[in-house]
Design a protein around this ligand. Structure first.
Ligand SMILES: *[C@@H]1O[C@H](CO)[C@@H](O)[C@H](O)[C@H]1NC(C)=O
Ligand SMILES: *[C@@H]1O[C@H](CO)[C@@H](O)[C@H](O)[C@H]1NC(C)=O
Ligand SMILES: *[C@@H]1O[C@H](CO)[C@@H](O)[C@H](O)[C@H]1NC(C)=O
Length: 485
């Protein structure tokens, strides 16, 4: 109880006026390049203070080996390093700076062929800066490189998810077809693709499913409709939603924050610990409930049929409702938080029963024939589609995968088996000991294991108490994770 009270002492300092708790949602190192290169291609400049803070962030995140990886805790790859080198050049660093020369040396050591954006052959202006960068990152003159010969030529450090041989063959076939593409067919293909881009923009309030596609969609809209168009202006207006000023500089985040995800757990904890009932905390809980009330997605996306989207009416989102994607666990946690807060004596029951039913109905539509739930939609295809996964840096992305729910006893056994000697669990996404421990403990408590009757839970609680910081919060850093290893 003392720890919980301490924890809330920390949170109460940082609750935003509208009731949510804001937090950095960073980590990936391939987001800033999309923004910086995309803006450059479209001839738009970032503000000087944004440039300075992004430079600071990227230099802070550069690894001592000489480059950048896919995320802040990963060793450098040629992809991450080249993309961030180009970003820094566009942001204004001179190629003569020692840090840039060192990075270049690292790149040349890797002898890279670069992947490239394809499609409608839209090109940004060939400026002196672009020509300079070309001569800096390639070891042979740019015009002498036949890029189509290099589609399957990836440096081993970059290939997290190796190509399937079918993809290699397909790449060669498509490279050949490119020389004799049938114009009417190409036109039809481009039209169909552009329509999907427009649907996605309009369904998500110009945020799209994530920051990588956001910048690609924005460049598409610029190429097709120009800088004066309504669509392009809408896109431009949403850029700041993806930026977060951290103590290490300005970063681009994975979505417009993780608002719902954070508020849902904080609210549940406040109710479970009894802190929510204490007079002094009631305003804070009322604000949180108000935020949750406004955050529920009330309708399906406008183009939900046309854009092959799963329905979203009734869901709680991962960040804010405007983006409109259903995520099964966010919907579940959002509903749990509302139920918890609305069970308090003093809260208004603003989220009426019908709205809770909408959420339950939605969750039921997300269960797959095998009993499991995935994240954004039902499993819609065969896992053989992974053979066509071109991403190289991500595996298991072509279809949805379900997470176990039927084999409850086996799952609990698994949770026990993977507990670490210090009482914690290791999360598979990033470095997440306290985070994974939270979910593991929730599972164990659902199976009836508590501090009173389970040695494993006791050990985990001791782990959490031991790692609470002086200000009352819990954190997680890469250095902290090394202490665990
Ligand atoms: C992004 O998040 C902030 C903070 O929660 C919110 O004020 C803003 O409206 C959000 N933007 C969008 C486009 O959802
Ligand atoms: C919540 O209540 C506790 C105990 O009364 C108090 O220490 C704490 O400051 C309160 N939190 C807020 C946000 O007022
Ligand atoms: C745990 O055990 C203590 C002492 O035996 C008891 O007072 C407490 O109510 C128990 N808590 C739970 C959640 O069972």
């Amino acid at each position: 109880m003392h720890a919980a009270r301490n924890g809330f002492e920390f949170y109460k300092q940082i609750q935003a006026d509208d009731g949510h708790w804001a937090g950095a949602y960073g980590g990936p190192l391939f987001l800033i390049p999309g923004l910086v290169i995309g803006m450059y291609v479209m001839g738009i400049s970032l503000r000087p203070e944004q440039k300075i803070e992004m430079i600071r962030y990227l230099l802070r995140k550069r690894r001592k080996e000489g480059g950048w990886g896919l995320h802040t805790a990963a060793p450098p790859t040629t992809f991450g390093t080249v993309m961030n080198y180009v970003s820094l050049r566009i942001l204004g660093l001179s190629p003569d700076m020692p840090v840039m020369a060192e990075t270049r040396a690292w790149i040349h050591k890797m002898d890279i062929p670069l992947g490239y954006l394809y499609g409608r052959k839209f090109k940004g202006p060939l400026t002196p800066l672009v020509e300079a960068i070309r001569s800096e990152i390639y070891i042979q003159p740019y015009d002498t490189i036949d890029f189509s010969q290099h589609r399957n030529n990836i440096h081993p450090v970059d290939i997290y998810n190796p190509h399937h041989p079918i993809l290699d063959v397909l790449n060669s076939v498509l490279a050949t077809y490119e020389h004799c593409a049938f114009p009417p067919l190409r036109r039809k293909g481009l039209e169909a693709a552009y329509k999907l881009v427009v649907y996605e923009d309009e369904n998500t309030g110009y945020q799209t499913v994530g920051p990588v596609s956001k910048m690609l969609n924005m460049v598409c809209r610029f190429a097709e409709e120009g800088a004066e168009s309504e669509a392009f202006q809408q896109h431009l207006g949403k850029i700041d939603d993806f930026l977060w000023m951290s103590e290490e500089g300005l970063m681009m985040t994975g979505t417009n924050g993780s608002q719902l995800w954070d508020i849902a757990f904080i609210s549940q904890a406040l109710v479970e610990t009894g802190l929510a009932e204490e007079e002094a905390n009631q305003t804070s809980c009322l604000k949180a409930l108000d935020w949750l009330d406004k955050a529920q997605i009330r309708d399906d996306p406008k183009w939900y049929n046309e854009a092959y989207r799963h329905r979203s009416k009734g869901a709680w989102p991962f960040s804010t409702p405007e983006q409109s994607y259903t995520v099964s666990d966010c919907a579940g946690e959002g509903m749990k938080a509302v139920l918890a807060l609305q069970s308090l004596s003093y809260t208004p029951k603003a989220v009426v029963e019908q709205r809770l039913k909408d959420c339950a109905d939605l969750l039921l539509t997300m269960q797959n024939p095998n009993g499991g739930f995935a994240s954004y939609e039902l499993v819609r295809g065969s896992c053989k589609l992974e053979w066509l996964n071109t991403a190289e840096v991500f595996g298991d992305i072509m279809i949805e995968y379900t997470y176990p729910d039927r084999t409850l006893r086996k799952a609990i056994q698994y949770v026990h088996n993977v507990q670490k000697p210090d009482g914690s669990w290791h999360g598979s996404w990033g470095i997440c000991f306290t985070y994974a421990t939270m979910f593991a403990l929730e599972s164990l408590s659902l199976a009836g294991e508590t501090y009173n009757n389970s040695a494993s839970v006791r050990k985990a609680c001791e782990f959490l108490v031991k790692h609470q910081m002086e200000d009352g919060g819990w954190g997680e850093t890469y250095m902290a994770s090394l202490l665990h290893l």
